[in-house]
Write a protein that binds this ligand. Structure first.
Ligand code: PSV
Ligand code: MN
Ligand code: MN
Length: 385
């Protein structure tokens, strides 16, 4: 098999359960016909994306949004539909007790509650067969002087260590950073450096999650990818794209060239090799666009930029770099970016019994009409519910 086919064959993209629920802005959440009312309905929608693209065999859960009484039964349900349950995301950002922080809180009782929530997530993982516990914290402060920056870091380190003690063999703790929001002045895990410092102190089973929407505008994200891969600490991605803030838009929609550059570094650092330990996930919300096609488009965008990145002629590039030929090196790089891989990917799909055009196949399938007719009554699930 050639290099492009091998790398494309290794590509697996995890879908977030919450992408199928309603989401919106602080101004309005628009309801959409057919939106899932239960975790099972979200998983059924995710399985549909996988059936049509062959790219998304796992679904991430968010606890408590996806809380159910029997996770073993949920696992069987997912597997019967051809997908597995993936990363379990903790949530310490929607509880009154966490107004002034969770794992960093001054009050020991609140910190204990937040730690216990993570231990409960680990129990969920034992039943779902998931290996990754992903932690994103809303902890931070809004005003200079509001909190003791250093003391908060010390408490964070201690709380993370209490959780890490319970990470079992074959499990990982994945720490996600974000430079702002909801905190406006200081966030306790604002950047990859801070996340790295904490996971490095914990040990081998702690790694970093890079959410592409969590950097200041203009940040060279592929540099961070290269560095974390070099340090063997890049555990996962939360892919999405943004124009201004943490917009959670379809990955590759705002800046496909950035996605290409990221995938070049992922490949360069071995992140697409078999068993690389780098999980590619989406963390997106579809506020105004159709949700299932939104996810189909997203995984296809990642596949397309991966195929372009894989077509980069490394030998020619290296020769130009070694010769100090700036324009030739940049030219080789841009040639790969401008390569139209769509016919090749359409063929890749037909060879595997997948629809040549998954977006069109979904539109033809009648699935949307069926869920709109079936999912009447009950409460639609949404971001935060
Ligand atoms: C925070 O902005 C974040 O990126 C975290 O990954 C949360 O779990 C997720 O969004 C919720 O959509
Ligand atoms: Mn995220
Ligand atoms: Mn985010």
């Amino acid at each position: 098999m050639n290099r492009v086919d091998t790398l494309i064959g290794n590509l697996r993209i995890e879908l977030p359960s919450w992408a199928f629920g309603n989401s919106g802005t602080r101004f309005k959440v628009f309801g959409t016909p057919g939106t899932p009312r239960t975790v099972r309905e979200k998983i059924a929608d995710a399985a549909t994306v996988h059936r049509l693209t062959g790219l998304a065999p796992t679904v991430a859960l968010h606890i408590p949004w996806d809380e159910v009484a029997d996770y073993g039964a949920l696992r069987t349900y997912a597997e019967d539909l051809g997908v597995r349950l993936g990363t379990v995301n903790s949530n310490t950002f929607q509880d009154d007790d966490y107004k002034f922080g969770s794992l960093t809180h001054l009050d020991k009782k609140v910190r204990r509650k937040a730690i216990d929530h993570h231990l409960a997530c680990l129990e969920v993982m034992n039943e779902t067969g998931s290996s990754d516990l992903k932690i994103w914290l809303a902890d931070g402060t809004n005003y200079p002087g509001q909190g003791d920056i250093r003391g908060r870091q010390d408490r964070l380190a201690e709380s993370l260590a209490s959780i890490y003690e319970h990470i079992g063999d074959g499990q990982r703790m994945v720490l996600e950073y974000k430079f702002f929001e909801p905190a406006t002045y200081m966030t306790d895990v604002p950047d990859w450096g801070t996340a790295y410092v904490h996971v490095a102190a914990l040990g081998e089973r702690a790694v970093v999650c890079l959410d592409t929407g969590h950097h200041a505008p203009g940040t060279n994200i592929e540099f961070i990818v290269a560095q974390l891969l070099r340090l063997r600490k890049l555990g996962s991605f939360d892919f999405n794209s943004r124009f201004y803030a943490d917009d959670d838009l379809i990955v590759g929609a705002a800046d496909p060239f950035q996605l290409f550059r990221i995938m070049v570094e992922v490949i360069r650092g071995g992140g697409l090799d078999h068993d690389s330990g780098v999980a590619l996930m989406l963390d997106q919300c579809h506020n105004v666009e159709a949700k299932i096609p939104g996810q189909i488009r997203s995984v296809l965008n990642v596949q397309e930029m991966t195929a372009r990145a894989a077509s980069l002629d490394i030998e020619v590039l290296t020769a130009a770099q070694d010769a100090g030929d700036v324009l030739a090196a940049n030219g080789v790089f841009m040639d790969a970016f401008y390569t139209d891989v769509r016919p090749r990917l359409a063929q890749w799909r037909t060879e595997r019994g997948l629809p040549e055009d998954p977006m069109a196949a979904f539109a033809r399938s009648g699935y949307q009409q069926r869920i709109e007719a079936d999912r009447l009554g009950g409460t639609q699930s949404g971001w935060g519910a």
